[in-house]
Write a protein that binds this ligand. Structure first.
Ligand SMILES: Cc1ncc(COP(=O)(O)O)c(C=O)c1O
Length: 359
């Protein structure tokens, strides 16, 4: 019988959100860190127009999008690569830079896909302890081993929502061996842009990559457009293994139009932050522990795994889906994406009532 390679057989499939809703209960998903509103109407219009060109293959170099991203973020388009979501870029980076003798390192409660791509590359995966669900540069540096080849850090983190300042990222880079590739995943970067900490320039050192996505603040998760800033030598290697047509013509058009509608994206971020902080205050007042969030979601600490399962069960029974976090080593937590206010209201009322009933 034909069998996959042994390390692939040993892998579990990547766990996406379980959205199996009870019959006839309308589904409210606050589980996948999607945007609380549709993409810019300009993006919808651009993608619709682009469909007319889809008898032709897309531009394999994403020329228009790279140029626009370069202008928008003051970057050289030569350093920019786009992917079918940042998941695509994360996978390609692991395929290039991780393997049986090149281990992957990440913070203990990192985005679980980092572990998955290490497994795909048959690379050892190591984690460094966090402090209060926040990455620790000292712990990461202590955990580096001779065989470490790739370090992934999402900043802000998912599912933690916490972040470390750029001074800490620079301290990490300066203390890491030169041959270790540092990948800073800024999937939620737009929600923290107001802090004015621009990380892209770290790429000039030659061994750091910064990733971003249109899936969150731009509301284009379904279009699958990720992008990143890469040192040229790394971009050259990555291009060799990338799917040569990773974006569709429609996705590229949507992303370009969304990028040009900066006011719309900023409005999405400020609405999200307002709802997020309001929800955090209510939950804290009710007696829940909430981690500081710089993203479009909140991490709620339910103290024990049993309580997290109980609350998740109650919410699911009413069609409301938060995301359990056993996969990220936080089985006592649930992650709540900031969704439309009426959805948030339903979830918050149930959570508040549960706390009242328990006291
Ligand atoms: C930290 C992090 N990186 C990457 C991704 C994947 O994003 P994309 O939709 O661009 O593939 C996510 C999605 O939730 C994420 O949280």
């Amino acid at each position: 019988m034909t069998r996959a390679q042994t390390h692939i057989q040993a892998m579990a499939p990547y766990a996406l959100a379980d959205l199996s809703s009870p019959e006839r209960v309308p589904l409210i998903s606050l589980s996948q860190n999607e945007s609380l509103r549709s993409p810019s109407p300009l993006a919808i219009e651009a993608a619709t127009h682009a469909l007319a060109d889809s008898a032709l293959y897309p531009d394999p170099d994403w020329t228009n999008l790279r140029t626009a991203l370069g202008q928008h973020h003051r970057l050289d388009p030569k350093n920019i690569l786009c992917g079918n979501g940042s998941l695509d870029l994360i996978s390609c980076l692991a395929r290039c830079f991780a393997g049986p003798d090149r281990a992957v390192l990440a913070p203990a409660h990192a985005y679980p896909f980092f572990r998955t791509v290490a497994q795909m590359s048959n690379a050892p995966f190591h984690t460094a302890p966090e402090i209060e669900a926040t990455a620790s540069v000292d712990a990461l540096l202590r955990t580096v081993r001779r065989e470490t080849g790739l370090l992934f850090i999402a900043n802000p983190g998912n599912p933690t929502g916490t972040r470390i300042p750029i001074s800490e990222l620079k301290r990490l880079r300066a203390a890491l061996r030169d041959d270790i590739l540092l990948v800073i995943d800024e999937a939620y970067g737009e929600f923290a842009d107001h802090l004015g900490e621009r990380v892209f320039d770290m790429v000039t050192g030659g061994n750091t990559v910064v990733l971003r996505t249109f899936s969150k603040a731009y509301g284009l998760a379904g279009c699958r457009v990720g992008w990143g800033v890469f040192p040229i030598n790394i971009a050259i290697e990555l291009r060799k293994i990338m799917n040569p047509n990773s974006l569709t013509t429609m996705s590229e058009a949507a992303a370009m139009a969304a990028l040009n509608d900066d006011a719309y994206m900023r409005e999405t971020c400020s609405r999200t932050i307002e709802l997020r902080d309001g929800a955090a205050a209510r939950l804290q007042k009710a007696g829940y522990k909430i981690y500081p969030s710089f993203t479009n979601f909140l991490l709620i600490d339910l103290e024990t795994p049993a309580e997290a399962i109980r609350i998740d069960h109650i919410l699911r029974g009413k069609g409301i889906f938060l995301r359990p976090q056993d996969g990220a080593g936080l089985p006592h937590c649930l992650r709540m994406t900031v969704g439309p206010s009426e959805h948030m209201e339903k979830a918050l009322e149930i959570l508040e009532a549960e706390k009242r009933a328990a006291t």
